[in-house]
Design a protein around this ligand. Structure first.
Ligand code: ACM
Ligand code: ZN
Length: 531
């Protein structure tokens, strides 16, 4: 009895404390939080009701999310008197905008669209997540809208394969941070993970990486000094599984940007279709990280036939407008020495091999635009001249993004300096899991300004967003992926959502403490130290 009484007193004291502490300062920080000075509050209890417009399936799903996060009961809004009301109709040009009004009798979350309501729910969820039992929410008006329309995170599932169950957890993590694009890197030299029904060898054979890196001191990426284990890394996603992931992501307002990297990073495909290489092979799926000289032959008509089969199936699985065609790290040495490639250059009147990559990109752009899609590629796609509408992902620095924006092409900024989350996040590596090198601490991520200097206001509008990348050469497990992602994604989330004048690193570090508490509650791994 005494023990029970003691724990009751403790939790009562905790609740009182908690009531005083709720300030809605979550990550990403809402632009406006005005707390009513009257001291009035709304009391949130488990089992309360959340209502949604009865004729709207997306809003019903939003209500289910709210119910799940806050342990509420869902009801359609034609039944009056719900405790939390989800509504549309917020006047804003930004579809992701939301306002939360907390009043003594209930909470209203209003969005400019269903996605805005979802983000409002996430903010409410994060505001109360670390509390227990009955929660007192001070009356307040909270509103926010994200700075960028493209708020991305990339995961490389080619170098290491991660099961669908983890992909869903990964998407949950993105949703918690207000990310709305999942760039899914599905193929590379080290493995082909996208099922193509017309080309079964890609998943039967090209998905098998013969061995994987486990050794220390492997910073050189040189097979001669690398320690491998000889357990093959295998796995691929069936189309059915990927459609399920698309559905799961869409419910959380996340669009998948699938990437099939071309014309380089294609050794896995070449291992089963060697005719498509300039030398004819043989080729083997790579066990080591690097950049291969062997790429798709640009002069062989089979290459485009292959790509069209692959991308046609890709479009049938992924409905999003943007399709990533890769384009990075594709050496031209094979093209220089290939009679077919040289003949194609002559036919097209090209002086530089770089033009062959542009030729392939233009073919793919035309093919995909018939399916209502738009291509995006890494910044190397600028080198031979961009195809007409291609968007650019600027990874080698700010220069590619700057040049593309000046040419009025849409841009996603993801420079290695701030956005490569495969780099170490702490200076001392001794206690860290093996990484690729580099140093991108939380403070560096937070300091990022995605719009390059030197753009006019008009040109700056082409910077549609910013993305962090997880290349998984050294990430063998879901736990390791989470550790590299968190808490850096929290910093990235504020880069994606906040206007520069609203960013404040010291205040962010305070918010980060409660975010870390949320990670623990949700069972996510994260790097506990912040530099
Ligand atoms: C890249 O990191 N090769 C885009
Ligand atoms: Zn060739």
């Amino acid at each position: 009895m005494m023990k029970h009484l003691f724990s009751f007193l403790l939790s009562a004291a905790f609740c009182l404390n908690a009531a005083a502490e709720i300030d809605y300062q979550v990550v990403p920080m809402p632009q406006q939080i005005s707390i009513d000075k009257s001291g009035k509050y709304f009391t949130l209890n488990e089992g309360m009701t959340v209502a949604y417009p009865a004729d709207n399936a997306k809003m019903r799903r939003n209500a289910e999310f709210a119910a799940e996060y806050l342990r509420l009961a869902v009801k359609p809004s034609d039944k009056k008197g719900a405790d939390i009301n989800l509504t549309l109709g917020l006047k804003s040009d930004n579809p992701d905008a939301y306002t939360i009004i907390v009043a003594p009798k209930g909470i209203t979350i209003q969005g400019a669209s269903e996605s805005g309501v979802f983000y409002g729910i996430q903010t409410l969820r994060k505001s109360v997540m670390n509390e227990q039992g009955e929660v007192h929410l001070p009356c307040a008006t909270i509103s926010a809208e994200p700075r960028f329309s493209y708020r991305g995170t990339e995961l490389d599932c080619a170098r290491h394969f991660f099961p669908v169950s983890f992909i869903k957890t990964f998407i949950d993590i993105l949703a918690l941070h207000g990310v709305n694009r999942f760039h899914w890197h599905l193929t590379d030299d080290q493995g082909w993970r996208f099922e193509v029904k017309a080309l079964p060898l890609l998943t039967e054979k090209a998905s098998i990486r013969p061995h994987t890196i486990i050794g220390k001191n492997v910073g050189l990426h040189d097979p001669a000094v690398t320690i491998f284990d000889d357990t093959p890394e295998t796995g691929y996603y069936t189309q059915e599984e990927m459609r399920e992931v698309v559905r799961y992501a869409a419910e959380r307002y996340i669009t998948i940007v699938p990437e099939i990297d071309l014309p380089g990073h294609m050794i896995a495909a070449l291992s089963v279709y060697p005719d498509m290489g300039c030398t004819g092979g043989p080729y083997e799926v790579w066990g080591v990280w690097g950049v291969a000289d062997d790429v798709l032959c640009a002069g062989n008509p089979k290459t485009l036939e292959f790509l069209k089969v692959v991308y046609d199936e890709l479009c049938s699985v992924f409905p999003g407008e943007l399709i990533h065609i890769g384009g990075d790290e594709s050496p031209r040495v094979r093209w220089k020495n290939c009679p077919k490639c040289q003949a194609k250059m002559k036919e097209l009147g090209l002086k530089e091999e770089a033009g062959l990559q542009t030729y392939i990109n233009k073919e793919m752009e035309a093919f995909l635009s018939l399916r209502g899609r738009q291509i995006i590629g890494w910044d190397e796609t600028l080198e031979g001249g961009l195809s007409e509408k291609a968007a650019v992902m600027s990874w080698r620095g700010y220069e590619g993004g700057t040049a593309a924006a000046k040419l009025h092409h849409h841009v996603v900024m993801t420079p290695t300096s701030h956005c490569y989350f495969d780099y170490y996040q702490l200076k001392t590596h001794a206690a860290q899991p093996l990484g690729i090198g580099g140093y991108v601490p939380v403070s560096k991520v937070y300091s990022m300004e995605p719009v390059p200097e030197g753009l006019t206001e008009e040109e700056a509008k082409y910077i549609m967003g910013v993305q962090c990348n997880l290349w998984t050469e050294y990430m063998l497990s879901p736990d390791h992926v989470e550790y590299m992602l968190l808490p850096r994604l929290a910093a990235m989330s504020e880069v994606q959502w906040l206007q520069p004048q609203d960013k404040n690193y010291e205040a962010f570090l305070g918010r980060l403490e409660s975010m870390k508490q949320s990670y623990r509650k949700l069972g996510y791994k994260y790097c506990p130290e912040v530099e």
